[in-house]
Design a binder for this molecule. Structure first.
Ligand SMILES: *Cc1c(COP(=O)(O)O)cnc(C)c1O
Length: 457
């Protein structure tokens, strides 16, 4: 390479993609459809429209359109914080003394602190366009709730957020950011919903889970006039919106003729990873190029590596559609790990299908080793990473260290999904040596599976 690669590869505003890319269009075997738990038939657009905005339902069900225009209003909002840079981690490479080249796409450069704003603004836009009064949602670590609060404030929509109780308590400042943007924030499970009261009665003292919070938010959306539910991950529409990450990353790397050998991302519901890999997976699906793609999940909530590929409920309350995905069972309540954004029992159906087809790999990593990587990264690269993102950092470092053994000059791209300013209680635990590793036993996992629907689909 004659041209020296800068620390940061920026695109210009004009280079923000004008279209999102729908990964499913290039999959020969498509992800399995969402199923109505009552009829056991694929959900129709009409049924989904009770829960979601119309245009988002269309996006959810469209598995054939490869490129979808990004509305001008959304693209203008993107311009306030995008394009996001691809950074060459020169300092980390030097510190590790590795021949590998490490690049990361940094999505933490907005107030919500993560990639979630990319889909929040899209979903809020379609809700507004439909003339709705407001939206309801759940949030785990708080990034999605913050992103949706920002997008709702911008468009003048009401926003009701159900926040997983352990995060609500660990992250009071997140809550205040959401309230500052005008959202109502309720810890979940709560006694404001029927399902919340039921869960509280069954599991008193529970610290909650994304699954519980989803049930509550859906219940409120479907029982309140002028409201719909929006979801920050898992769904195909969210992957579609997040493709802006990968499209930008690929455009930036292409400028310098860089072809990554491997692409690494943390996986909670799968949206940032699905977005980051989108254009690369496109080439892989079309047989044009090959890439190693690695999903990193917490050992405390290992949907890919220890889950089953089967139809399951997306929520603890079992009111959402059934999705075929890698899952630990909707009744699996993960331990209160510090990567709240990765505590979902399932994985998005599109990535689940790609994983099942052998198009990508997955590894599970333990919390303390994740914080060790986070700390190393913060000290040499400067940015304070979110615990979720640090799962990807962990594996990027491990892969770079393997290159040190073999002398291979591999090119590694990973997704740095967000910053960790609201995760300082977790950092404090790590710094004080009080952080533990929670790995579910086989028995815990069996218990989760016992909650799965007893249907043969
Ligand atoms: C929510 C979140 C994740 C995980 O969600 P995905 O849908 O799997 O991308 C990862 N990192 C950060 C910073 C998050 O906020």
């Amino acid at each position: 390479m004659s041209q020296e690669i800068p620390y940061k590869i920026y695109l210009s505003e004009d280079e923000i993609p004008t279209q999102w890319y729908n990964l499913r269009a290039d999959m020969k075997k498509k992800p399995a459809p969402l199923i109505n738990p009552a009829t056991l038939k694929p959900l129709t657009a009409e049924e989904l429209s009770v829960v979601f905005c119309k245009e988002l339902v269309d996006q959810e069900l469209d598995e054939n359109t490869a490129f979808v225009d990004i509305p001008e209003e959304i693209r203008n909002f993107y311009k306030m914080y995008r394009p996001s840079p691809v950074v060459r981690a020169y300092c980390l490479e030097k510190y590790l003394d590795t021949p590998a080249e490490i690049y990361y796409k940094f999505e933490g450069n907005n107030t919500s602190g993560s990639h979630k704003l990319n889909s929040a603004i899209a979903q809020a836009y379609y809700a507004k366009k439909q003339g709705l009064k407001g939206v309801t949602t759940e949030t785990g670590a708080g990034q999605w709730g913050t992103a949706l609060s920002m997008a709702s404030a911008y468009l003048g929509l009401d926003c009701k957020v159900y926040m997983v109780k352990c995060s609500y308590e660990q992250k009071p400042f997140r809550r205040e950011v959401m309230r500052t943007y005008g959202a109502t924030v309720t810890p979940s499970p709560s006694n404001t919903t029927e399902i919340g009261r039921k869960i509280l009665a069954e599991f008193p003292g529970t610290t909650g889970s994304l699954g519980c919070a989803i049930s509550e938010a859906v219940e409120v959306a479907t029982s309140t006039e002028g409201y719909r539910y929006v979801l920050g991950s898992v769904l195909n529409q969210v992957l579609l919106h997040q493709s802006v990450i990968g499209l930008e990353a690929k455009k930036a790397l292409d400028k310098y003729g860089i072809k990554p050998d491997m692409i690494i991302g943390c996986a909670g519901g799968g949206s940032n990873l699905g977005g980051l890999i989108a254009p690369f997976m496109r080439e892989k699906l079309r047989g044009e190029n090959d890439y190693r793609i690695i999903a990193v999940e917490p050992a405390s909530c290992p949907s890919f590596t220890r889950g089953k590929y089967a139809y399951d409920f997306c929520d603890t309350g079992k009111i959402c559609p059934l999705a075929k995905m890698y899952t630990l069972g909707s009744g699996f309540i993960p331990s209160a790990s510090h990567a709240g954004g990765l505590r979902f029992h399932g994985m998005c159906p599109t990535l689940s299908e790609l994983y099942d087809q052998g198009m990508m790999e997955a590894v599970a990593v333990e919390q303390t080793s994740v914080f060790e990587a986070a700390t190393m990264f913060a000290r040499v690269e400067g940015l304070l990473p979110a615990p979720e993102s640090s799962h990807a950092i962990r594996v990027a470092i491990d892969e770079a260290l393997k290159c040190k053994q073999t002398g291979e000059k591999k090119k590694i791209l990973f997704g740095l999904t967000g910053t960790g300013y609201f995760d300082l209680v977790a950092y404090q635990k790590y710094n004080d040596g009080e952080m533990g590793d929670y790995i579910p036993t086989d028995e815990d996992i069996q218990k989760g599976w016992a909650s799965m629907p007893k249907v043969d689909l």
